[in-house]
Design a protein around this ligand. Sequence first.
Ligand SMILES: [Zn+2]
Length: 238
Amino acid sequence: MTQLTTIDRTLVEQIVRQVVTGQTESAADPASPGELVVSISARHCHLSDEHVETLFGAGHRLTPMRELYQDGFYAAEETVMVVGPRRRMIEKVRVLGPTRPESQVELAFTDAISLGLQVPVRHSGDLAETPGCVLVGPAGVVELERGVIRAARHVHMCFAEAERLGVQNGDLINLRIESPFCTTLLEDLLVRADATSKLEVHIDTDEGNAVYLDGATKVELVHQEKQKKPCSCTGHGK
Ligand SMILES: [Zn+2]
């Protein structure tokens, strides 16, 4: 039991594992404006209100457990079991809130392989022709006909930040990560700009581990058309 508890805590921490540029002493330090936060999203799911009730009981509402970096979003106390073909399963997949119109499961490729699922790389909400799975909660079971994806790497920001960086919502930008013997350029991050989001990159556990994000000494967004010249947002001021 002790081991299971430890594993689950690790999973929770992975949901919000972050590297803030230039801050190696504590990833929990709040970033100042313009500072680049790179977060690893561990496997998780988003649920509709209807599915929350099916899985956790009539009238049930998600219980926020930990705030995420983006205002208004949280890791919930609730977890579900995700079951793939031939009854392969992953226990305790964290539910993120708030609820959404359509349920969605976001896995790293490593997770999908262990489940026996072939999942496409998709942007959140783009669920046409994606595989389904079965979700099991303490009060019931939901059979998702679609909605299992590997989330495509992306970067959130507000419109003002986008303007400062010279990009627009829907553009692609690259992320360069300097880490010991693992320095890597991740290309084609989708810019997701809106009125309120804070500057934050989302990559998954496979990507984060491959680039040794935990050991990163520098992270920076790099314009695609001029990769030699980092954009102004390097986390070292404006
Ligand atoms: Zn995101």
